[in-house]
Design a protein around this ligand. Sequence first.
Ligand SMILES: [Zn+2]
Length: 76
Amino acid sequence: MSNLLNTLFFLLIVLPLNKSEDSCPNCGSNRFTKNGSIHNKKPKYSCLDCGRQFVKHSTKIWISQQQKELIDKLLH
Ligand SMILES: [Zn+2]
């Protein structure tokens, strides 16, 4: 059971911190600027600290919903 709780805490706390949509996926900086867009019209961003170019992903929302359902099942 403790292993399960550790996994839950990892999913709830560590992953969202690492996958924040408002930070550079390479260095974690939140100093970035919009820099054009890619082929499917998604805005592209350029990190001001490390120069990495990236697009924001919407998978975090899906993961968060999965996490909520999982927690509800296990704790209630
Ligand atoms: Zn960066």
